[in-house]
Design a protein around this ligand. Structure first.
Ligand code: K1U
Ligand code: ZN
Length: 173
């Protein structure tokens, strides 16, 4: 397993719609392993393949909160939201591709998701709470959408400028 570099916004690879995974092979299994390691190292609760520069529809997440609770790493290949609740939930979201910036985003509180697992079997689950917020945030990444796209243009511009400055500073060091 190895750590992958997380792309920082703005980057055209974060705006592209990712391609479906045609076959779960060794390349995909290694990508999933690397992404889980990268997510835990960051640390984060989710990570989508475009964030590490791979335009495939694959995401990982683990929203287990307490230290005393067992980790629950999930790998979702070709995930699809099949149902959303009318009830909405607002959560202060962050993003590993937009470091140190947080904003409230409103999304459906409960979602049903289907996907293919690493062993190739079809899966489905109803997610709520932070899991529901996270899976929607990550599926947005697969569609080239960032949480700042839900904000008013001025706020989005301010955050984008901060990220451009951060990238210039990082390139100098
Ligand atoms: O997609 C990403 O960039 C990962 C992102 C996921 C996410 C966070 C909050 C709401 C929705 C989706 C993160 O993991 S940001 C880091 C973070 O939230 C966190 C880090 C350490 C402990 C707990 C949370
Ligand atoms: Zn994100």
């Amino acid at each position: 397993m190895s750590l992958r570099q997380i792309l920082i916004h703005p980057d055209p690879r974060l705006k592209a719609v990712a391609d479906p995974v045609a076959e779960v092979d060794d390349t995909i299994r290694r990508l999933a392993d690397d992404m889980l390691e990268t997510m835990y190292d960051a640390p984060g609760i989710g990570l989508a393949a475009p964030q590490v520069g791979v335009g495939k529809r694959l995401l990982v997440m683990d929203c287990v909160k307490g230290e005393d609770e067992a980790p629950r790493p999930l790998v979702l290949i070709n995930p699809q939201i099949t149902w959303v609740s009318d009830e909405m939930n607002t959560y202060e979201e962050g993003c590993l591709s937009i470091p140190d910036q947080y904003a409230e985003v409103e999304r459906p509180a409960v979602v049903d998701v289907t996907w293919t697992a690493l062993d190739g079997t079809p899966q489905s689950e109803r997610f709520d709470g932070l899991w529901a917020t996270c899976v929607q945030h990550e599926i947005d990444h697969l569609d080239g959408k960032l949480f700042i796209d839900y904000l008013k243009p001025l706020r989005r511009q301010m955050i984008t400028r901060k990220m451009q400055k951060l990238k210039r500073e990082r390139a100098r060091t």
